[in-house]
Design a protein around this ligand. Sequence first.
Ligand SMILES: Cc1ncc(COP(=O)(O)O)c(C=O)c1O
Length: 404
Amino acid sequence: MNRTVPVPWPVYTSDAERRVVELIRRGLTYDYAGAGPVVELEQAFSELHEGLHTVSFNSGTSALFALYAALGIREGDEVIVPNLTFLATVSPLLWLGATPVLCDSAEDEPGVTAASIRRSLSPRTKAISVTHLFGLPLKMTEIASLAERENLLLVEDCSHAHASTIDGKSVGMHGDGAVYSIGSSKMVSGGHGGIMVTRHARVRDAALLIGHFKPRTRTDLLDPELRPHAEFALGGNLRLSPLAAALALDHVRCLDRLRTAKLANVSVLDEAVAGRLWPFAASGERVNGTHFDIVYALPPDQGAAERDRLIERLVAAGVPARAPATRPLNRVLRSIAHRPVNRQGALWDRLAAAAAGAPDDDHVTNSTRLHDRMVSFPSPLLYSQDATYAHVLAEAARSVLVTS
Ligand SMILES: Cc1ncc(COP(=O)(O)O)c(C=O)c1O
């Protein structure tokens, strides 16, 4: 099939459609016990991570909240987070009363590095939370050594990086825990959902208590000492729907095929923009298999004005390019520094404190300047059938770029 528009994402096989219908007909649209597709999906993610523990949630945001809480992050702790990430890497920290410390990117990569993290350390730092932004794996060996040396917890937000690898292994295996959003247009999507991955049985048990109160906690806790806690747990119901799990499983099963097609389609765009726009190339052992956003940068001497003009011309030529939706958090927070009247309570207080403490662009120059130079291309392109569209985009982009 020749396509001049991308296959809309997420799409599912007829097997997945049949399974969802079957679950509905059998009344299995909820699962308090931990069975069926919910557990199958957790097992599938465990297999992708060499048998590490996994727990499912109703969103990536819930999974991050559960992971941070299960790791013991609490009021007063500082957690180093990237300035360039989606807000949900950070917002669950505010629910826990912890203080996010925004960390700048590397000069030439959208993600953080051990060097940029080191500059954000303080005596109150408890944890480092990093994002493999746009699917580009970070230099995790160096970041993990820093965390170990400084005795800090390490979390990987892999929500953009489902099929990305470091040294041939999936991302999400270098720290104390990792989270994948499996919602919206992620490479693995159940519509809404999240998966937590951890090497620690105690973290897995705590996450279960936070998000899956009884009866699952009666049967699934690993630590016998926690059994009395099965009845009240830590009170939360952040469960994934079995219907969403069945849908997400469909994508896990064809992850290799999606990744291969995506890489082939992205290479068509890479070739067309070469010399004019720069890809954020993952070097050597780091493979960006996901390209959640297909992002390029204008040359370093250009900024937001040139980028916006280029986007206008690309759009006029039929390429739906845009600035990446993931914006530097210092800008997002500073833009909401004004608290609406009569809004009281712990969360408003913490948000106000985070907004008041957000640095200006001069203190996070790499992430803000880099974002100003970034152009994002339409990102599904997950099928070999999308190849025609990738070529159409590439030709249109080439014609604009040769005249700019
Ligand atoms: C980097 C990152 N982290 C976390 C999330 C939150 O995931 P969810 O929307 O499933 O809650 C997202 C969502 O897009 C994300 O991009």
